[in-house]
Design a protein around this ligand. Structure first.
Ligand code: AMP
Length: 214
């Protein structure tokens, strides 16, 4: 099963992908996570990607595609995967289609998670993430039991450097201009399933599972 999670920054793609890993038994491939890891390890890709992440702009397609291509060939992806944050524009969607055809696979579902922009900004600006296990928190909506520490593993929480006002507004602009056209792209291919991304994360996962089973 190949599932694509589509939605603006802050719509809950990462949280839902993590919940779906357990329910579907297939891995999450987050290009944002891959790029942040590349930046942190100061690899060649990381050096080239860093300034784009800092600005909230899309990293050049060739860099992202090289990461995705390498990852899709992995043994753990043979029964399927959940794409989180990829594709981000039409050129990436075309490249994904070609790549999947080569691997003898096709997209099963594209789940578009819709959240109002005001709420996206509130979510992103208060978001905190565990350095160790990646669990997400929110300073107001979902605070950790001990300030600055992860409830799951005790790891330190941090704020992503692109979760600040100016970069958030740029990321939302990029989403509207470059990623939102993918809704029509996948609607025409009859694989798009749209849902509201408001409510508890568990309830939204239940809704997604119903769509996937239908
Ligand atoms: P995310 O974690 O998905 O919010 O992505 C964080 C940042 O990584 C984005 O603002 C982009 O700079 C970069 N990025 C992630 N995925 C992609 C992609 N598919 N194409 C281009 N840039 C990406």
């Amino acid at each position: 099963m190949v599932v694509v999670l589509l939605g603006a920054p802050g719509s809950g793609k990462g949280t839902q992908a993590k919940n779906l890993i357990q329910r579907l038994g297939i891995p999450q491939l987050s290009t944002g996570d891959m790029l942040r890891a590349a930046v942190n390890s100061v690899s060649d890709v990381g050096k080239q990607a860093a300034e784009y992440l800092q600005r909230g702009a899309l990293v050049p397609d060739s860099l992202v595609l090289s990461l995705i291509e390498e990852r899709l060939g992995g043994q753990d992806c043979k029964d399927g995967f959940i794409l989180d944050g990829f594709p981000r524009n039409i050129a990436q969607a075309d490249a994904l289609e070609a790549l999947l055809t080569r691997l003898g696979k096709k997209i099963s579902h594209v789940l578009a998670i819709d959240v109002d922009e005001k709420e996206l900004i509130q979510r992103l600006s208060g978001r905190r993430i565990c350095k160790k296990c990646g669990t997400g928190f929110h300073v107001a909506y979902q605070p950790p039991q001990v300030a600055g520490k992860c409830d799951q593993c005790g790891g330190d929480l941090y704020q992503r450097s692109d979760d600040n006002e100016n970069v958030i507004s740029e990321r939302l602009k990029v989403y509207r201009a470059q990623t939102a056209p993918l809704l029509d792209y996948y609607r025409h291919r009859n694989v798009l399933r749209e849902m509201r991304g408001v409510g508890s994360p568990g309830d939204i996962t239940d809704r997604i599972m119903q769509v996937l089973k239908a």
